[in-house]
Design a protein around this ligand. Sequence first.
Ligand code: CA
Length: 415
Amino acid sequence: MRRRVCLLLALALLFPGLAAPPAESEDPSGTGLAVRKVENLPEDFILGMDVSSVLSLEAGGTVFRDAGGREADLFDLLHEAGIGWIRVRIWNHPFSSDGHGFGGGNCDLSHAVEIGRRAAERGMRLMVDFHYSDFWADPGKQAAPRAWQGLTPDEKADALYAFTLESLNALRAGGADVGMVQIGNETSGSFCGEADWQTAVRVLMAAGCRAVRDFDPSVRTAVHFTNPEKAGALLDRVASLADAGLDYDVLAVSWYPYWHGTLENLSAVLSAVRETWKKDVLVAETSYAWTLADSDFYGNTVGEGTSLPLPWPVSPQGQADAVRDLAAAVCEAGGLGLFYWEGAWISAGGSSWAENRAKWEKYGSGWASSYAAEYDPADAGKYYGGCAVDNQAFFAPDGTALPSLQVFRLLRPSF
Ligand code: CA
């Protein structure tokens, strides 16, 4: 015993990293970012990012740069920063009847195919986020695609199955490495224009899950809810899926720190789902602000004078800490990992609202163009415009990577 202690002491002196790994890892590129390791993080823990708006930004002239200001491909920067998965949303047909994009990246299947290909070329896997809508689907909106409106639930299930399978086949044919598929986006209330879970929603979700199984049984299927701070409602929903016998693998949740309660609550909810229903769990969306300044003349969700709770400092270090602490909480709950939402959605780059508006309308780089009024008159039709999360990206307004982007590799014990 004593000899073993001596041996360990000698080893510690010779190889200090072996005996006592540093609690913090400072970014060797000299940015000053310090990140505490997440001990016991599995090698395959998912650290992913949603970049669905990137093609619209690039089309409008946005350039991404490394921390030194050199132009670089966004996907190279993400891969080098430790991102292993890319998430992309798919809308069925986000275009007006005269062919103008609705905005929000104009994320149709063709956009997803290109994003999936560029991710795969860097060895990054793809998380496919089907909204089953022609535009944004979230807790307040779950409109069916126009082409499916008027269908019975059974007819709609057939259409959903076919669209899912055809899209996944197209993604794979285009070179994407599809690893996980979400059947719906933030479907806490309704889904694809249906609100009756007993007669319609469960049928539609089952059709989506079946399409993924038929595409490739090794690809994980996920359902995606939000509001984990309302733990009872979320767990009731998960229980109802179990009662319906839905064949899925992963319960994914959104967790935005300024809306969705504490990390302790999140971890407890995820643990409960794992233990009670034996499902894998994942955080499919999160983000945090590094500044309160707006850079595109369209107000931000978290902006100057906000009354929202901000548990970490609003700085690149605070943004990195938010990601690191969330990774630790998800790891503690035995979760698969996390995806950061739209971490590259920066300003369209114009020097005035009018310049940016022209780009939002032409390229779809804002959250909604005026053309979306045709599909969503009550919200997009009134409030269309730019980006409300440009201050939560990992890039400065000129496209230069922030030091906080490095958190994804720095938090890993193996780095
Ligand atoms: Ca903004």
